[in-house]
Design a protein around this ligand. Structure first.
Ligand SMILES: [Zn+2]
Ligand SMILES: [Zn+2]
Length: 588
């Protein structure tokens, strides 16, 4: 075998070839197996089976061993044209269904034999011999129920997922990544830290617990502060809006299935808002506007509702109620460059507080069906490119023709501590919406003009962003964001009064402080605060009371003895006000 070029196509081909190995292994180990399909996916492949035996984790080792045996048997993949497939596969109901479709499509019907005694209807391509899979690292990952063809009217099949990588070290690396991701999973860490939970009585609608809500508010405060400085003005529009508003915005026609609609009888139809846009349009149109007011930036943090499919829900990452750090900026066409530049400036600043760096993706005018003039698009796209060229030299991509019909957009994506990419921000130009709402401003020449609307959110859904942050920091948040920032431990009941005084002093300075006055041992108190991943634990005993000092234990375990409490307050204030990413661990 010559050296193989491990490009994506080859990897997909090899993964799919390994799916045949899995199918042969399952058919060898269990009775009455009916085969469905086995495509390659990210990190491996799966195969859907129908069999009387319920495959369990206990079976995984035997399946892996049988697969290894098949691979080591140097078995050939041999293409065979089927002359009478309906007959040969009469006991394979899923394959018969596929054959019918292939015939309708006029396709040739082929099977691949794998070594002796196993054949599978397939068009290929495959590797030539299992020898090519010998160096691969693979592991049966999980078993899940899956409907044939994803349709709940069909039979429920058993889907076996397998991780598969060209080398064993690559598999090992992937398993380590999964281990780390599991430790950081916000659905585990969040409830463990008492931040939030989900209840079956309101799927996809998180309950925020006191600690999580503090964190949520710290995030909002940060965002508000930054935006106010940049001339943003916050508004709050109604939650429930009449059908006529949604008809004007186009949501009633295009987005109704994702909205919670309410019918009050007498033809009174309302819907909970899934986005803030139409309310911002109403506010702009509420009064006469002059060019002097532009750019006019209306931010809104209202609760949004979207009726996401229950299967799509995922912890905080995909929810049905959420808030966005949303804003609608009304600009004149010649202000687009400056405004986009300013928005990206804010994004940089906000993301850097979390140690995140964005990559930008520009989506440009679709070939057909776009609204607005070609000149408008060309100018806007030139502006956006100019901004990106200066800010993201070599670190942005253009998705030609991928813009919405109403305007080009920039998406901002970041990579987290595990190198996973997340889309956070989106900056969307809109040449259409202001017109739909008949919005105008009086320009300097006295003429009425239609503003361009920029929809923009930088964190996106705050719920989702917090989910990402929990995983990014594995619960060890920056000081300013920590749900509880400081835990206070009196060594003995004699020191409680002093500990209370210190606690009050820190609270007066605006910090979130917890004091443990239980009669547990000092060691246990410290342990339980450490469990909550608090940035600092303040310890006060005999020496501290006498000297009017405090001692500290930082989250990473650094011990700082007998410093002036005022000094500590000063340090905390600095981390809070400057939204510092790292904890200050040197205090003298
Ligand atoms: Zn195949
Ligand atoms: Zn919008």
């Amino acid at each position: 075998m010559g050296k193989v070029n491990m490009d994506d196509d080859y990897i997909a081909k090899a993964r799919h070839s390994m799916a045949h190995v899995l199918a042969k292994a399952v058919c060898t180990l269990f009775d009455d197996v009916k085969l469905a399909i086995g495509p390659p996916i990210d990190n491996g492949f799966y195969y859907d089976f129908d069999l009387p035996h319920t495959i369990r984790e206990e079976d995984f080792a035997a399946i892996e061993a049988k697969m290894t045996e098949i691979i080591n048997g140097n078995e050939d993949y041999v293409l065979r044209k089927l002359d009478n497939p309906e007959d040969e596969l009469k006991d394979e109901p899923y394959k018969l269904e596929l054959i019918k479709e292939f015939r309708e499509g006029g396709e040739e019907i082929t099977a691949y034999d794998l070594g002796e005694g196993f054949s599978d209807l397939c068009a290929g391509p495959h590797v030539e011999n299992t020898r090519e899979l010998r160096n691969w690292g693979f592991k049966v990952a999980s078993i899940a129920g899956a409907y044939w063809r994803g349709n709940s009217d069909n039979a429920m099949l058993q889907r076996v997922y397998v991780y598969a990588f060209p080398t064993k070290p690559e598999l090992k690396k992937h398993l380590q990544f999964l281990e780390e991701a599991k430790k950081r999973d916000h659905r585990v860490v969040g409830p463990h830290l008492d931040l939030f939970f989900l209840d079956e009585t309101a799927p996809g609608m998180p309950y925020w617990l006191p600690k999580g809500w503090k964190m949520y508010n710290a995030l909002i405060d940060f965002s508000r502060k930054v935006h106010e400085k940049r001339g943003y003005q916050e508004i709050v529009g109604p939650q429930l809006n009449s059908r006529s508003l949604w008809e004007t915005s186009g949501h009633w026609e295009h987005y109704r299935d994702d909205m919670y609609t309410i019918d009050f009888g007498d033809d009174q139809h309302f819907a909970l808002k899934p986005m803030n846009c139409p309310n911002a349009m109403i506010v702009f149109g509420h009064t006469n506007r002059s060019y002097r007011e532009l750019p006019l930036r209306y931010s809104e943090l209202s609760l949004l509702h979207r009726n996401e499919a229950s299967g799509a829900l995922h912890g905080l990452l995909r929810v049905r109620t959420f808030r966005q750090d949303d804003s609608h900026n009304f600009v004149a066409e010649n202000q687009i460059f400056d405004e986009i530049n300013d928005i990206l400036d804010i994004a940089d600043y906000l993301y850097s507080a979390f140690g995140l760096v964005a990559k930008a993706y520009l989506s440009t005018r679709p070939e057909e069906g776009y609204l607005g003039t070609i000149e408008q698009w060309n100018q806007a796209e030139a502006d956006l490119k100019k901004v990106l060229d200066t800010r993201f030299t070599g670190n942005y991509e253009i998705n030609e023709g991928d813009g919405a019909f109403y305007g080009p957009k920039i998406d901002l994506k970041v990579r987290d501590a595990l190198n996973r990419e997340w889309q956070l921000g989106t900056v969307q130009l809109d040449f259409q919406l202001a017109g739909k709402f008949n919005l105008h401003y009086t320009d300097s020449d006295g003429k009425q003009k239609v503003p361009v609307v920029i929809h923009r959110a930088l964190f996106g859904s705050l719920e989702r962003f917090i989910g990402i942050l929990i995983e990014q920091f594995a619960g060890k948040f920056p000081f300013w964001l920590s749900p509880v920032q400081i835990g206070v431990v009196p060594v003995h009941t004699d020191h409680e009064e002093y500990a209370q005084k210190i606690t009050q002093m820190l609270r007066d300075a605006g910090h979130r402080v917890s004091i443990d006055t239980s009669d547990g041992t000092m060691g246990n108190k410290i342990k339980s605060f450490r469990h909550e991943m608090m940035p600092y634990i303040v310890i006060v005993g005999e020496k501290e009371v006498e000297g009017g000092t405090i001692s500290l234990r930082t989250r990473s375990g650094v011990q700082i003895n007998e410093i002036a409490p005022e000094k500590f307050v000063e340090i905390c204030k600095k981390m809070e006000n400057e939204h510092l990413l790292e904890l200050i661990e040197e205090i003298s």
